[in-house]
Design a protein. Structure first.
Length: 206
């Protein structure tokens, strides 16, 4: 019992220390961006620095720090939709796909964020909601029919669904775009013909 309590106490201390260091890092960044060259930067510059730090931290796998940065930026500019779009990517990279789907859903009907629907599809694919993923990829391709990359994503999804004919049709549609993704589409075509296991792309990787 004493050993369990000691281990629990050590875990709690480590969590506190991690939180403290995260907050210290944020404070240092805020100090740097507010006092650079002795001048007070504008609110937009503060937000830009925080957003950049959030994206960098997310890509490096430091998701807790990334959330701290982006949430601080959102507090400063709660009406800035670009920040919520960035947070959707951070959620996805952190493996919080259901939350990322909710965030990306804000943007699927916004022309300014035309790729939001295919990023949402990536998240659906990650949690094995294949039909929803396929629907989103198809919707995106209606407006970007020459995107060979997304054709390859649709092929992966349809193949995983067991819809061999539709997957091969999508391969042909993708190959007709003559994009640099033709090699990937050809590989998928061979895998489907031979019955090999399809390994989908990493969500939000491109």
């Amino acid at each position: 019992m004493c050993a369990i309590q000691a281990e629990r106490s050590l875990h709690e201390k480590n969590s506190i220390i991690k939180t403290v260091f995260t907050n210290i890092s944020l404070i240092l960044v805020l100090l740097l961006i507010t006092n650079s060259n002795g001048f007070t930067k504008t609110l937009q510059e503060h937000v830009s620095v925080l957003t950049k730090k959030a994206d960098e931290s997310s890509k490096q796998g430091n998701h807790a720090l990334a959330f701290t940065y982006i949430n601080q930026a959102i507090k400063l500019q709660p009406k800035n939709y670009n920040l919520y779009y960035t947070r959707a990517f951070i959620l996805g990279r952190a493996g919080q796909y259901s939350k990322a789907i909710k965030e990306f859903s804000r943007f699927v009907k916004n022309d300014k964020f035309s790729h939001a629907i295919r990023f949402r599809a990536d998240c659906f694919l990650a949690i094995n909601q294949l039909q929803k993923a396929a629907n989103d990829y198809v919707m995106f391709l209606r407006f970007a029919p020459k995107d060979g990359k997304v054709w390859s994503y649709l092929v992966e999804t349809l193949a995983l669904m067991g819809n061999r004919k539709a997957a091969l049709d999508a391969v042909n549609r993708g190959l007709s775009t003559n994009s640099h993704w033709s090699d990937r589409l050809t590989v998928l075509q061979k895998q489907i013909f031979s019955g090999q296991k399809i390994i989908p792309h990493k969500p939000l990787s491109n």
